[in-house]
Design a protein. Structure first.
Length: 174
């Protein structure tokens, strides 16, 4: 279960939050970099030792799913997202277009049964379609969820925890 910490950046004072990553408590200070014109997160251990500094990256909103198809022969789940014209940030307004054939980490959330939920490395097929390998048939969908592309800002240092910033809040797992 994720810990959600509401956060509003400030370039007047240095906001500090406390989080648990890989079972240990750390302090995160969010600073404004004048040269780069962006925020950075600075992670420190409880004794004040610096651990990592990385840009604060806000994840885009999740995308609704139109259909999901299981191919038992290829053991692949193909996900079709809704029409991009319904997305909150249109591609023409600065959205990034990913070329077909790239491997991308997709996070599926809110599906029932739960076998559909989780982080999957998938093959990007089109602007709205991707496929992910699955060893077993995930079962009949009861509730259709959403697709996210989450950026774990601390994945280079912490192996079992993640720190994501979206919707004006930090999400810490586990």
């Amino acid at each position: 279960m994720a810990t959600v910490i509401p956060f509003v950046p400030s370039n007047i004072h240095i906001p500090t939050i406390s989080v648990v990553l890989d079972g240990n408590t750390y302090s995160i200070k969010v600073t404004w970099n004048v040269s780069a014109q962006r925020y950075y997160i600075n992670v420190y251990s409880t004794d004040g030792t610096w651990v990592i500094t990385t840009p604060l990256v806000s994840c885009p909103p999740g995308r609704a799913v139109q259909s999901v198809n299981w191919d038992s022969t290829r053991r692949v789940l193909t996900v079709q997202m809704v029409d991009p014209s319904l997305w909150p940030i249109p591609l023409s307004a600065g959205g990034v277009v990913t070329p077909p054939g790239q491997m991308i980490d997709y996070t599926l959330e809110g599906f029932q049964p739960d076998t559909y939920n989780g982080l999957f490395r998938g093959l990007h097929l089109t602007e709205t379609t991707f496929s992910v390998p699955m060893d077993i048939d995930p079962g009949q969908i009861v509730v259709m969820g959403i697709v996210n592309r989450l950026v774990n800002m601390v994945q280079t240092v912490f192996t079992s925890s993640s720190l994501v910033y979206r919707n004006g809040a930090f999400e810490v797992n586990p």
